[in-house]
Design a protein around this ligand. Structure first.
Ligand SMILES: Cc1cc2nc3c(=O)[nH]c(=O)nc-3n(C[C@H](O)[C@H](O)[C@H](O)COP(=O)(O)OP(=O)(O)OC[C@H]3O[C@@H](n4cnc5c(N)ncnc54)[C@H](O)[C@@H]3O)c2cc1C
Length: 417
């Protein structure tokens, strides 16, 4: 079933009776060539690109809950390619290019909106850092514009320009950045993978990984054992738990990140805006809700909900930046489990176990990486070689100390990245 304007019109006129489920609900087979643990954005996009780019079909994605129930459906939907360091800059550039063709590719409306991102700066020092970052983005082939205070005021006049503590000096504008509808991204990739023969198996928690003589043989699940030639661990916030099933200890800590949405308002915020003096960022959804968030809750946990001190911190930062936000009523808040790596950059690699692969360490920036991650990870699994856009996301960088991609210069403390 293909989606088109004509189809929507026809269905609208004939009682919407022709729509079909987006994907099948298959029983697990006893054996697959490739088993992917985790049906989040990264697991689904990996399956999709394995099938689309490498012609592999005998693949299962095993999801302990339902498709879209993890972080892929809990994030604040920001998509950007504004990284500074080699390793990340070419990777996120690759990912953004895939975003730009994604809707046609998937034949699915993921509501990708390149409304632009503005990172604010509040001092001369921050302006210098923004200019350096912008130059790196441009040299990587992406876009960046350094906005002065008055140019910024024309674009976002509602900000608190003359706050005594945090005066606004300008912003680094990334026009190709923006947002997309997060769960539609999961559904679009799920549908695309299913159409290419991938089995998506929900309510199928993996409870063990079978290894014999240093080679992976399959997995144990709540729905029975499944043999596999290759197994990919793509479990985001639960990566450490899944890797422990293979006897591995990953350099990952799981932390909570919260997000907030207000009641629907008339259009007021055109772009994505990030505060430079506190952890706060905001955009407005197509339904009108202001979508915003801030820093991690400061302790490791597997509970997908946060606590009030962080709520207070985020609200205070929001009020400092745009006092008008105080009039909006917060409708919902929630938390997600972040797989924080020591340098704040992802891990996309083979493991020391033959046939076992790992994809994790997405921190709070893994949504924008979904297309790029799936494409480079599929390349690695199918060919055994690293994709040119992801040669540095090695697992052993934390053991050897070589190749660390510490984007924010925060050192090796997981919850500071
Ligand atoms: C509040 C919040 C805001 C965020 N904002 C942004 C943003 O604006 N931009 C951005 O780029 N990123 C953002 N992120 C980060 C982004 O959402 C994550 O990095 C990304 O979604 C993680 O990858 P995933 O989609 O594959 O994860 P998930 O959707 O969590 O997928 C992992 C899946 O693995 C499954 N699983 C776990 N264990 C097992 C098992 N044993 N067996 C089977 N299945 C298992 C889980 O159920 C889950 O569905 C945000 C995250 C949060 C929580």
């Amino acid at each position: 079933m293909r989606f088109s304007g004509l189809r929507v019109l026809k269905e609208g006129l004939t009682g919407n009776k022709g729509w079909r489920p987006h994907w099948r609900d298959p029983e697990p087979k006893p054996e697959y060539d490739i088993v992917i643990i985790g049906g989040g954005g990264h697991g689904l996009s990996t399956a999709y690109y394995l099938a689309r780019d490498h012609g592999l079909k005998n693949i299962a994605v095993l999801e302990r809950g339902y498709i879209g129930g993890g972080n892929i459906g809990r994030n604040t939907t920001i998509v950007r390619a504004n990284y500074f360091l080699q390793g990340n800059s070419e990777f996120y550039s690759h990912s953004l290019k895939l975003w730009e063709g994604l809707e046609e590719d998937l034949n699915y409306n993921v509501m990708h909106s390149q409304r632009g991102i503005i990172n604010l700066f509040h001092s001369d020092g921050q302006r210098d850092a923004a200019a350096r970052r912008g130059n790196m983005m441009i040299s990587q082939g992406d876009d960046a514009i350094l906005l002065g205070r008055e140019e910024l005021r024309k674009m976002v006049p509602y900000l608190n320009f003359d706050d005594l503590r945090f005066p606004l000096y300008g912003g680094l504008y990334h026009p190709r950045g923006g947002t997309a509808r997060h769960d539609a991204v999961a559904w679009g990739y799920a549908r695309g993978a299913d159409q290419r023969g991938v089995d998506l198996i929900q309510n199928c928690e993996v409870t063990g990984i079978d290894i014999e003589n240093g080679k992976v043989k399959g997995v144990q699940t709540v729905r029975g054992p499944i043999r596999a030639k290759k197994v990919a661990m793509v479990a985001a916030g639960r990566s450490s738990q899944v890797a422990a099933m293979a006897g591995m200890r990953l350099p990952i800590e799981s932390h909570i990140l919260q997000a907030f949405v207000t009641e629907g308002l008339k259009p007021v915020i055109d772009n994505v805006i990030t505060f430079g003096m506190g952890h706060f960022y905001i955009s407005q959804s197509d339904k009108g809700g202001l979508v915003f968030g801030g820093d991690l809750d400061f302790y490791a946990s597997y509970a997908a909900r946060g606590n009030l001190p962080t709520v207070e911190h985020v609200m205070e930062a929001g009020m400092a930046l745009m006092p008008m936000i105080g009039k909006a009523k917060v409708l919902r808040s929630w938390g997600g489990i972040m797989d924080m790596s020591p340098d704040g950059s992802p891990i996309i690699d083979k493991t020391h176990i033959d046939g076992l692969y790992v994809n994790c360490g997405w921190n709070y920036g893994g949504f924008k990486a979904v297309p790029g991650s799936g494409s480079v990870f599929a390349h690695l699994i199918a060919t055994g070689n690293y994709h040119p856009a992801s040669t540095r996301h090695r697992l052993d960088r934390f053991r050897t100390g070589r190749g660390i991609i510490d984007e924010e210069g925060k050192g090796s403390q997981h919850n500071l990245h």
